[in-house]
Write a protein that binds this ligand. Structure first.
Ligand code: BG6
Ligand code: MG
Length: 215
């Protein structure tokens, strides 16, 4: 039987995609890199470094410059979180976490972000989770399964007994690679390969997921 739900953070619990986008856009503008809102869509769920490499395209820069640009973007991003509050949780997200807990499922965060604890603190949700695996927990980012396997390890639950809720292609890939049930939130072309797909976090129906996942 399924025993735990591992939630992605950015795009599932809260929509920080806009703040990440604004941070990258400001850096791109400062450095004369072509970038726009549409190009940002392909960065969804990627690690900080993978995001910058995708943004750079064919342009080659040395490691020190990469580090400086990642730091600068992150400074913009962190500054933009100053006004974040519990009201910035996505509709239905907290209810979904509570629903899982009411069903005696354990709950964890599995986020690529090194800012995950900061964001959870702003949302006043740190205490809501039994475990937090984030961008500081493992070396290999999604789509590697490592982050979700680490969340399962922290929860002391077998990977096959975990459900992952994800909004990104790379996150669904990571969940499936970990041998977990993948619940995608978002459009078919982004998360259609998940075990189950819903349009938004508010639409996720754990009755459907648990019935389908316990066969
Ligand atoms: C993911 C976001 O959760 O974390 C990505 O979807 C982001 O947009 C990645 O690049 C890394 O986050 P951070 O906060 O460590 O730069
Ligand atoms: Mg996400």
């Amino acid at each position: 039987p399924l025993r735990a739900v591992v939630f992605d953070l950015d795009g599932v619990i809260t929509d920080t995609a806009e703040q990440h986008y604004l941070g990258w856009q400001r850096l791109a503008d400062e450095e004369g890199l072509p970038f726009d809102r549409e190009a940002n869509e392909s960065l969804r769920g990627l690690s900080r470094r993978e995001s910058l490499l995708a943004l750079l395209g064919d342009r080659e820069v040395d490691e020190a410059t990469l580090e400086e640009w990642m730091t600068r973007k992150n400074d913009y991003y962190v500054a933009s979180l100053a006004d974040m509050s519990p009201a910035d949780a996505l509709p239905g997200a907290v209810e979904l976490v509570d629903d899982a807990k009411a069903r005696s499922l354990r709950v964890a965060i599995g986020s690529s972000s090194r800012n995950a604890r900061l964001v959870l603190d702003k949302l006043q949700l740190t205490e809501a989770f039994d475990a937090i695996a984030d961008g500081n927990s493992v070396e290999r980012a999604k789509p590697a399964p490592d982050l979700f396997l680490e969340a399962a390890r922290l929860l002391d639950v077998a990977p096959q007994a975990c459900v992952v809720v994800e909004d990104a292609t790379s996150g669904v890939d990571a969940a499936l690679a970990a041998g977990m049930v993948a619940v995608g939130v978002g459009p078919q072309d982004r998360v259609g390969h998940a075990t189950f797909r819903f349009d938004t976090p508010a639409d996720v129906d754990l009755d459907v997921v648990l019935a389908g996942g316990t066969a």
